[in-house]
Design a protein around this ligand. Structure first.
Ligand code: SF4
Length: 259
């Protein structure tokens, strides 16, 4: 498929989603999404073509929290099956480096999906990985200005982060989900202070506010994030990261609140 055709499909898909959800996004956000789709296709077209089952919905109903509340776990994965070898992929719009530096967080979730797959299909998952589609800042910058060096940077970029299968992870993760559900049900949660959002975890480049909050659905009603994204009292070195990583996010924020 050529890029023109891919763009047409992207536009059709965007219109469909707009119709289904009744929500739109800013032009900048849309272009950012297009860049991710284009780069994903250029870099991982082969993996995409090899997919034997795409967007498989996994459901694990009737789970019970430590305090007796019932809940259901759902997830969507992609599957590549080759010569009795099954690989489970979870596509995330996160940055591959962030995923590599925080593998424990993702390993638990994917092991739950592997367990759900076995319940549903009766077969074992042999390999699993996150496909982290967010281009690294260097690549994003190069593509936005149409820079030729983007080709080399694409070659260096590895968005597939493999994770180990560990059957013990399932129990651990389910316990953690249950405890979290109990906390939410009892209204026992509050956003951390701005100082936490400014923290850079060991092995990560971006602070919590960029690495984690950017993917949080509650961020538009979170006071700490509002201070962070609007650069209230941020230190110089954090400002630099926020500047390059969160430009698109700031546009969305302004669009949502300043019209
Ligand atoms: S944006 Fe989400 S993850 Fe970040 S501090 Fe607020 S509630 Fe927590």
């Amino acid at each position: 498929m050529d890029i023109k055709k891919l763009r047409e499909l992207f536009e059709d898909n965007y219109e469909e989603l707009k119709y289904e959800t009744g929500r739109s996004i800013t032009l900048n956000m849309k272009e950012f999404a297009w860049q991710q789709v284009k780069l994903y296709y250029e870099k991982l077209g082969k993996v995409a073509k090899d997919m034997t089952e795409a967007e498989v919905k996994l459901i694990l109903p009737e789970q019970v929290t430590p305090k007796g509340k019932k809940y259901t776990i759902e997830g969507i994965v992609d599957i590549v099956e080759k010569e009795d070898n099954i690989t489970l992929y979870d596509i995330k719009i996160h940055n591959a480096e962030e995923v590599r530096n925080d593998k424990d967080l993702y390993r638990g979730q994917l092991n739950v999906y592997a367990h759900m797959w076995k319940n549903l299909k009766g077969t074992e998952i042999n390999n699993m990985a996150v496909i982290a589609t967010a281009p690294p800042p260097k690549l994003r910058q190069a593509t936005s200005i149409g820079d030729e060096i983007a080709v080399d940077i694409i070659d260096d970029w590895n968005p597939i982060v493999e994770l180990e299968i560990d059957n013990n992870e399932f129990e651990k993760q389910i316990k953690c989900f249950g405890e979290t559900v109990d906390k939410i049900e009892e209204g026992e949660f509050k956003a951390p202070p701005l100082s936490k959002l400014k923290e850079v975890k060991k092995g990560q480049k971006a602070p919590f506010g960029t690495a984690v909050c950017r993917h949080c659905d509650a961020r538009h009603s979170c006071n700490s994030y509002s201070q962070y994204i609007n650069k209230v009292k941020l230190d110089e070195e954090i400002l630099e990261v926020v500047e390059s990583e969160d430009m698109v996010e700031q546009d969305e924020w302004k669009d949502a609140f300043m019209k």
